[in-house]
Design a protein. Structure first.
Length: 115
């Protein structure tokens, strides 16, 4: 189940965000986390399963386009369709929006849109 981020989820969210290949530097990671809390155009969601948060998905909205900025799944839960379920679910939060990706998420989004 996809849940909107709130401050009390900060630690788990940072842990999940740190799996993004371009979030290995702690300062960069903290900045990215902060941007989701302060920038109105950036929205963060967590995937909860059996009381655990196992995935994260971050969107940035530009006009009528929702861009997939970040997506990560806890390594123990990868390859089970969680990433795809998050993409499908998050699209429900943006009815009528175009969906797009950045370079880092493009292949995965294309894969998820495939079926
Ligand atoms: C990318 C990531 C979120 C995928 O999560 P997941 O839950 O394992 O993905 P799913 O099981 O839903 O996979 C859905 C499909 O995407 C494919 N896929 C997985 N990772 C992919 C990637 N990085 N690029 C392209 N396709 C990918 C899977 O093979 C699967 O395809 P299939 O159904 O034909 O086998 C996860 O591997 C992760 O957290 N990686 C580290 C973070 C990262 O690198 N993010 C940036 C890349 S999006």
């Amino acid at each position: 189940m996809l849940i909107r981020y709130k401050k009390s989820f900060e630690k788990i969210a940072m842990g999940l965000l740190s799996f993004m290949p371009d979030e290995k530097d702690i300062k960069k990671l903290q900045q990215s986390m902060k941007s989701y809390e302060t920038e109105e155009s950036k929205h963060l969601f967590l995937w909860k399963e059996d009381d655990d948060f196992i995935g994260l998905i971050g969107i940035e909205v530009h006009g009528n386009t929702a861009v997939l900025v970040d997506v990560s799944v806890n390594p123990s839960h990868r390859g089970q369709g969680v990433g795809r379920m998050m993409v499908t679910s998050v699209r429900g939060f943006y009815p009528g929006y175009e969906f797009d990706a950045r370079k880092e998420t493009a292949q995965f989004l294309a894969k998820c849109m495939d079926c």
